[in-house]
Design a protein around this ligand. Sequence first.
Ligand SMILES: NC(=O)c1ccc[n+]([C@@H]2O[C@H](COP(=O)([O-])OP(=O)(O)OC[C@H]3O[C@@H](n4cnc5c(N)ncnc54)[C@H](OP(=O)(O)O)[C@@H]3O)[C@@H](O)[C@H]2O)c1
Length: 289
Amino acid sequence: MKTPVTVLGLGAMGTALARTFLAAGHPTTVWNRTPGRSPELDDLGVARARTAGDAITSSPLVVVCLLDDASVRSTVEPVAPELARRTLVNLTNGTPEQARRTADWAAQQGAQYPDGGIMAVPAMIGGPASFILYSGSVETFEQHRDDLAVLGRPTYAGSDPGLAALQDLALLSAMYGMFGGVAHALAMVSSEKLSPTAFTDVLLVPWLTAMLGSVTRMAKDLEYGAAPGQAGSNLAMQAGAFGNFIDASEAQGVDPLLLRPIRSLLDRAIVEGHGDEGLAVLVRLLAKN
Ligand SMILES: NC(=O)c1ccc[n+]([C@@H]2O[C@H](COP(=O)([O-])OP(=O)(O)OC[C@H]3O[C@@H](n4cnc5c(N)ncnc54)[C@H](OP(=O)(O)O)[C@@H]3O)[C@@H](O)[C@H]2O)c1
């Protein structure tokens, strides 16, 4: 028999997790603060627990996916004794510090605690592009790897419980950087009534796809060092062009507020003598220690 699983939280993501466990044949118990959420799960054979404590005692593997750290703590702390000898997998978005604190707390309750970061939207759960970061004890990760694999590729992030959250937030930061840049680009082309979809399909997506090579280059230069003067697109050139993005945006009636911080960083790189280097320099300028 497949491992019985409990899912605490039936928001958009918790519902997708529960549906996927059920589809994979795991006996699945759910609890949600507001009862009766996601009625479609009933036809799939879900068991609904009246309380969070009842839900936890139904399964050795408990997955919690609530809004935030505060909602997780207010849900599990009152039922702490029920967690002893179980595995609590926290797939709620949070910070590394929150993950480490909850890991310490879970250890005091006698529970195993992988902290996780879901790199997928609900519709992707159970599909080939979904992956989930886990940190904490590698033995616990291995013990539940097959159970968790139904949700998305299980990816071990390290024994420090904070490392899944750290990498999750880093990945989301990169994503929001892209979304911010895309929002600015679409505002620029919309200022001339160009078609956003034509611009996106014909130009933007191929351009961003081609630029992924520069992302890899940045990481390599950061890790191994770049030969001085070898940057094909040096920062002095980039800083020179960047002023045009801002001037053109203002002339088109587009607020360049998302571009200005990047301009400041480029200017600082030039002032500090890195004009002939590449983008990896920006990473070093951002790091405070
Ligand atoms: N959706 C995504 O694309 C996505 C992707 C990756 C990661 N995540 C992460 O997954 C987590 C859940 O996201 P979601 O999309 O499922 O959010 P959601 O649809 O807004 O659902 C929020 C869930 O949290 C519960 N909740 C909120 N406050 C609570 C409290 N004080 N006590 C107990 N339960 C509480 C809600 O219960 P009620 O029904 O009672 O309100 C609901 O079950 C978040 O941390 C999110 O960052 C989401």
